[in-house]
Write a protein that binds this ligand. Sequence first.
Ligand SMILES: Cc1cc2nc3c(=O)[nH]c(=O)nc-3n(C[C@H](O)[C@H](O)[C@H](O)COP(=O)(O)O)c2cc1C
Length: 190
Amino acid sequence: MAKNKLGIIVGSNRRESINRKLAQALARLGGDAFEARFIPIDDLPIYNQDNEQPLPGTVARFKAEVEAADALLFVTPEHNRSIPAVLKNAIDWGGRPYGKSSWPGKPAAVTGTSGGAISTAVAQQHLSAVLANQGLHLMGGEAYIRFTPDLIDAQAQVTDENVRTFLKSFINQFATFAGKLAPQRAAAAA
Ligand SMILES: Cc1cc2nc3c(=O)[nH]c(=O)nc-3n(C[C@H](O)[C@H](O)[C@H](O)COP(=O)(O)O)c2cc1C
C-alpha cells in the first residue's frame, strides 16, 4: 500500500535551524509510515492582500504542496513566546484567497524545540489555536523537545534513547491519527 504523503513545515528560515534537525529526525523515524517531503516557507513574500491576484509563484507552489499532502507536521521554534513571523506568514498565505484555503480537513501535528526550559510550549499553543481556526484536524498530546547540542547527529539520528523512543511513538501515533481520518477526507473530496 502507498505510504501517506507527509508535508513537513519548519517554522524557521535559519540555515542551521535546530527545528529543521528535529524535523529531519522525525522524517527518519516515521519513514515506515510516511513518505516525507519538506515544504519550504522561506521564499514566500510578506503577505499582502493587494498581491493575491494573481498569486505570486512561490505562494502557488506552497499551496499546491500543502494540498498534495495527506498530513502535515509543523515543527516550530518559539519567538518571543509565540509563532515565528515566517511561519505565521506561510499560514496566512495558505488560507488565502478567501474561499480557497489550502488548510481545511488536513490532519496535523505540532512539535518544536528550543534550549529553553519550556521548549516552545507557548509557541505550540499559539500555533495550535491558529491551525484549529483554519480547520485543520490537530492531533492531541504534547511534544516539547529541549534541544542540547548533540541531541541529533549529522545523519538525523536522535542520540538520546529516551527522546528517540518518545519521538518514534509521537510520529507513529500521528500516522495512526492521519490514517483514521483518511476515509473521511476521501469522502469529502468525492
Ligand atoms: C527573535 C527571537 C526570539 C526568541 N524567543 C524565544 C522564546 O520565546 N522561547 C525560546 O525558547 N527561545 C526563544 N528564542 C531562541 C530560539 O529558541 C533559538 O534561536 C532557536 O535556535 C530557534 O530555532 P531554529 O534554530 O530552529 O531557528 C528566540 C530567538 C529569536 C531569534
